[in-house]
Design a protein around this ligand. Structure first.
Ligand code: 6GU
Length: 238
């Protein structure tokens, strides 16, 4: 997979050299390129924002630097032989990003992340971009970040770990929270008694059938109490 990231803070993405994602890049499973939006400006101050039409607080990102940056990455991807690129625009007014979103994006050959700042990007850019990309406006949840950079890092981690070969043991992808609409069951390691607290007896029994049943019951109990929204969806589907 190839990922292009466009941002006015390219240094934000230095952390993508670390850990599993860093290793995946090293192994050639994942290619990530970061672009400075300001390289697409033509004025002396490298201006990317301007005041909003209609008035109001804050600034809006100008459309032209975005169009140039997006054209450049789309045309480069096409030149390299990738299929239609998918453009992900992190925004609190997007659709909520969840595990199925990560799984769908993990199947794409070419992803582009457009990190907005300030009050957002001129709305006309989104419809314009539909001519070159499949466009996804995506939110991490109901809270506000200062820009798309941190959201992009979170999404790249969620997507990247689903690419075959990135996570060492593929079985760990199957058992974790959200892979089946349930939160993950509680886990324990040695010692069996720690500061007066015991590991649940069933986990020491060696009876795999009983262990599986206990884990499922724990996952269900947890989902019911911590995430009644997920629990309801699961019951409605059943
Ligand atoms: Cl994707 N972007 C921003 N700026 N804020 C957010 C978000 C995204 N998701 C939740 N809050």
């Amino acid at each position: 997979m190839r990922i292009d990231i466009i941002s006015i803070f390219p240094e934000f993405f230095d952390v993508l050299d670390l850990s599993l994602i860093g290793k995946a890049r090293h192994k050639g499973l994942l290619e990530i390129h970061v672009h400075d939006l300001r390289d697409q400006t033509t004025d002396r101050h490298r201006t990317v924002d301007d005041t909003p039409y209609g008035g109001g607080a804050g600034m809006v990102m100008k459309p032209e630097p975005w169009a140039r940056a997006l054209e450049e990455v789309a045309s480069h991807g096409k030149h390299l032989g990738y299929g239609t690129p998918h453009l992900v625009i992190p925004t609190p007014s997007g659709e909520v990003f969840a595990q199925p979103t990560a799984a769908a994006l993990a199947d794409c050959e070419h992803l582009v992340f457009a990190c907005g700042r300030y009050e957002g990007i001129d709305e006309r850019v989104f419809a314009w971009a539909e001519e070159l990309f499949e466009v996804h406006l995506v939110s991490l949840g109901d809270y506000v970040l200062n820009g798309g950079e941190v959201a992009t890092l979170a999404m790249i981690e969620a997507i990247g770990r689903l690419i075959p070969g990135v996570v060492g043991n593929p079985a760990s992808l199957v058992e974790e929270s959200h892979s089946d609409g349930l939160l993950e069951y509680p886990v324990y390691t040695k010692p069996a008694t720690w500061r007066g607290r015991e590991v649940p007896e069933v986990l020491l029994s060696g009876d795999h059938g009983k262990v599986d049943a206990w884990r499922l019951a724990q996952a269900e109990e947890r989902t019911k109490s911590r995430r009644p929204d997920l629990w309801k969806t699961r019951k409605d589907l059943a």
